[in-house]
Design a protein around this ligand. Structure first.
Ligand SMILES: [Zn+2]
Length: 504
């Protein structure tokens, strides 16, 4: 009878259990692998053979058949090396198989038998716990990421011999769940920013409601400096949010300190980034920047420098907050719930609207800004002009508020939203659709009058109108006001003013 070893793989950020069946029979020596294994898995034959021999065990000279079940799932990667090697050693009685079915075994082997770090250990450990197999044997370098899973017993090893010894003597105690560290201070703090009170206020509104935002103004005015400080005022990640983010980094091998990510991501891709780098894909269907920014901030510095075609692909994920990437061999879905923060110069020379002289013609300006399509502009909630500071502002500037103080207010406003959306499955105002807007954005009669007159005066589009209501809702929440009044509406309208003071 064929011997079975529990292994696992992942698709997207979901773990999938896989049975490695090993059958060794008499016949001409052969080593076959079946069950939709791709080239990268088939290569494991050579590694497994060398690792077994170089660890001092005997490689059987028989007919070996490995079946990876379920057969309809495409399997790739080197993470089946270890379960295949253990299966062969078990089938030839070189390892004790007592209670072997209580474990998920994964790991890549090098030719000398040592175990190398694999991608996706976290989603695999989570899946194991979900299916009731909570003991996991993994390479030592993956131990930290697995220790963030509650109820998981992690058995990390450096090489094949250690795994064999473990099954013989059961003398190692597992690593258990470790409480994640308390977030330390952020690298950047808003107390470093002098002046710019109106932009800071707009950023606080954006952070409070999870809104998308464009910062525009002359070069050197501090747009990037401010954007980099946004994560420092966002609420801390919950355990579940942290797990989601960490899983994304786990499957693409980007977990640098091998531990739970407890800070909201801030991604700042270069403007030469390709479409695949931004949204994900490629032959391995890897996640892109929008997923690496999940539960955090995607900052597109100098957004007009990005290729228009690259920017356009952001439209759908901005609406859906998930991205489905397909290719001939299959498709995966990655979460991508991020705040989009973009910066741009208002014209080619950069000085238009500022306290310096602009040397561009109107045609040049319009052509420049025209690179930003209307559908993309429609998905932005707030616009804030960042001017260069005058000499007086720099020298007289009062001490700026710290990120910690701003963050306390943001957390309070987010709590109001969590309470409101408890039954709706949303977590912030930016996520509201028409149905929610109708339900939760009640205006006072004065506010209604203001909206009517501004709406007619500025010919606001319907989509922009919804954005204004959502941002007003956030401002009202910041003031702990149940209804949206005229002050909230007027402030939200201010944030729809783009270049030329045009309301869009
Ligand atoms: Zn200019």
């Amino acid at each position: 009878m064929a011997l079975q070893i529990n292994a696992a793989t992942f698709t997207g950020i979901d773990g999938i259990t896989v049975n490695v069946e090993v059958d060794i029979s008499k016949g001409l020596p052969a080593f076959n692998m079946v069950g939709l294994a791709d080239v990268s898995v088939k290569e494991s034959k050579e590694r497994v053979r060398s690792a077994i021999i170089n660890s001092g065990f005997t490689f059987p000279i028989n007919r070996i058949t490995i079946n990876l079940a379920p057969a309809d799932l495409k399997k790739e990667g080197a993470l089946f090396d270890l379960p295949i090697a253990i299966g062969i050693l078990a089938a030839t009685h070189q390892i004790s198989i007592d209670s072997i079915d209580e474990y998920i075994i994964i790991g890549e082997l090098s030719l000398n038998g040592s175990l190398k770090k694999i991608k996706g250990a976290l989603p695999i450990a989570l899946k194991g716990v979900k299916e009731g197999i909570n003991k996991i044997i993994i390479p030592t370098d993956n131990s930290k990421e697995c220790c963030i899973v509650k109820d998981c017993s992690v058995f990390p090893f450096d090489n094949l011999s250690q795994v064999v010894d473990y099954f013989e003597y059961k003398d190692s105690l597992p690593y258990k769940y470790e409480e994640p560290p308390i977030p330390e201070n952020f690298e950047f703090d808003f107390s470093d920013i002098i002046g710019q009170e109106s932009s800071k206020r707009a950023i606080e509104v954006a952070a409070s409601g999870g809104h998308n935002m464009i910062l525009f103004g002359p070069p050197g005015s501090g747009k990037t400096m401010m954007a980099k400080r946004i994560p420092s005022i966002l609420p801390p990640l919950s355990y579940d949010e942290s797990l989601e983010v960490t899983q994304i980094y786990s499957v693409c091998g980007k977990l640098e300190d091998n531990n739970l990510i407890f800070k909201r991501p801030f991604r700042n891709p270069h403007h030469t980034s390709s479409q695949i780098a931004l949204v994900g894909g490629g032959s391995k269907l890897i996640p892109g920047e929008i997923s690496l920014s999940h539960n955090g901030v995607l900052f597109l510095d100098e957004i007009l420098e990005f290729k228009k075609s690259v920017l356009e692909v952001l439209r759908q994920p901005l609406e859906d907050r998930v991205i489905k990437i397909s290719k001939a061999t299959g498709s995966v879905t990655y979460p991508c719930n991020f705040m989009l923060i973009a910066s741009l110069n208002p014209c080619p020379c950069g000085n238009y609207g500022s306290n310096k002289e602009c040397t561009c013609t109107e045609y040049e300006r319009k052509r420049y800004i025209g690179k930003l399509s209307n559908p993309l502009l429609d998905r932005m909630d707030l616009f804030s002009f960042v001017n260069t500071l005058t000499y007086e502002e720099i020298t007289k500037g009062k001490k700026s508020e710290s990120s910690e103080d701003i963050r306390k207010r943001v957390i309070k406003t987010r709590e109001i939203q969590s309470e409101r959306f408890r039954k709706d499955g949303l977590y912030c105002n930016a996520q509201m659709d028409q149905k929610h807007i109708k339900k939760y954005c009640e205006l006072t009669s004065d506010a209604n009058k203001i909206v009517k007159s501004l709406y007619n005066k500025f010919k606001v589009s319907t989509r922009a109108y919804s954005r204004i209501l959502k941002v007003s809702r956030t401002i009202a929440d910041m003031n702990e006001s149940e209804k949206i009044n005229q002050i909230h509406i007027i402030e939200a309208m201010q944030y729809r003013k783009f270049i030329d003071e045009k309301i869009i």
